[in-house]
Design a protein around this ligand. Structure first.
Ligand SMILES: [Zn+2]
Length: 253
């Protein structure tokens, strides 16, 4: 049997500080044996390096989150840039643009995003992109750089997803595809080639049905994976195999 994987989780978040061991055991029980741990802060990255389990292959990424750019001075930017060179930092992210939470610093967000795009090209590392209510600007900036990566927790149109795929990007699907009112996420999975799809939890947020309302955790990625299989009439083992191939290809593993 193939394993499941979670291409984007925040188990280094304080939401898991009291029961991380049992969260990892739940992963093993549910065959979720690969996961990318995302850090938006340097101390979280160092903490993530210490999260290990003999039956789970963890990888880690670091990036300046768009919602934090107002707090990033030159000195801090350089500290991030230095860590991007670390071989334990597999990808740069999550980086991108977020006009939902903060609208009055778009230029600053673009500047920090672009500087990180340039570093990704220079270091030849994939990026993990966060984009909220900013898809066109995100696309326009990415298009300027010969970079590969994944649109994390993709929540925009199927048409736009296809444009990102044309740029060589992967589309990662999170819990919302399982929710009752999901329409566009289903169109997205119908329209993106299987060799460009990934799945994730983005835990502790975005818990899939039927557990919506609780804290999310990597083991629940199975609900998202099964929903996609059900909707596209895929064999679960085939889909898991495809996900593993995509994950390895994207992150150079
Ligand atoms: Zn995230």
């Amino acid at each position: 049997m193939m394993n499941w994987l979670d291409s984007h989780c925040h188990i280094n978040d304080k939401a898991f500080k009291d029961d991380l061991e049992s969260v990892l055991e739940n992963m093993v029980t549910n065959d979720v044996t690969k996961a990318m741990i995302i850090s938006s802060y340097i101390e979280d990255f160092y903490y993530a390096l210490n999260i290990e389990h003999e039956k789970i292959a963890f990888k880690r990424s670091l990036g300046i989150y768009p919602g934090d750019v107002n707090d990033v001075d030159e000195e801090l930017f350089e500290r991030f840039a230095k860590l991007y060179e670390d071989e334990r930092c597999i990808a740069i992210g999550e980086i991108g643009l977020d006009y939902y939470w903060v609208k009055d610093n778009k230029e600053r967000q673009k500047e920090i995003f672009e500087r990180q795009l340039a570093l990704a090209v220079e270091l030849d590392k994939p990026i993990i992109v966060h984009s909220r209510e900013a898809i066109q600007d995100t696309y326009d900036l990415i298009k300027k750089y010969p970079v590969k990566g994944v649109m994390h927790c993709y929540s925009d149109s199927a048409e736009m997803a296809k444009e990102f795929v044309k740029l060589g990007f992967y589309i990662s699907i999170a819990g919302p595809v399982t929710w009752k009112k999901a329409k566009e996420p289903l169109r997205v999975i119908e329209n993106v080639a299987l060799d460009r799809l990934l799945i994730e939890t983005d835990c502790p947020y975005l818990t899939p049905a039927p557990l919506r309302g609780r804290r999310n955790e990597p083991a629940y990625v199975v609900y998202t994976g099964q929903k996609i299989c059900e909707h596209l009439c895929l064999d679960e083992e085939d889909f898991k195999k495809q996900l593993n191939e995509n994950y390895h290809r994207l992150f150079g593993l």
